[in-house]
Design a protein around this ligand. Sequence first.
Ligand SMILES: [Zn+2]
Length: 184
Amino acid sequence: MWRYYEQFRCHQGGGNECADQLAKEAITKGDPSLLPKPLSYLKVEIKSAALSIWQDNWDNGETDRSTHDIVPRVSNKPVGWNREDIMFVTGHGHFPSYLLRFNLRTHDNCSCGEKGDPIHHATKCRFTLSWHFQTPTVSLKLQWLKNILTNNLSRTRLRLLMRFICDENNLIVEDNNRALIHPD
Ligand SMILES: [Zn+2]
């Protein structure tokens, strides 16, 4: 009964104070029918709160920091990256550096002798010359990555490079370490 009284009072008085009061009572008394705002509004509010928590976790996380640098804001909309793009940005792929991280190798060297991470294969490795990009300076690395991902030609080249690394992984990964990856 008090609910109708409160709603009546709202109509009489109006204003945010009343709405806030009803919302507060709805929360403390746990009755959804008391909420003074439509469900669609609540959905937006919940979505916004969820995004805010997600953003906070994303900002304060410890993994995938390279991805955070390029995509600092969380969103429900896909960034439009395919498998190869993700592999390059996150470093999660057939790279010696990644294989070492998961104890699938004893070191992170490429067969050419240098550290086998995505930047190495994209700029210096002698096995991937056909798809090389100019080596970025440390301070411009982020912009360099963004440029590759937003330029169609660069992106195509990057995808071809990643496919090559997957298809020709025997070339990148030294034979004496392959026993760890393929125990048979
Ligand atoms: Zn190499």
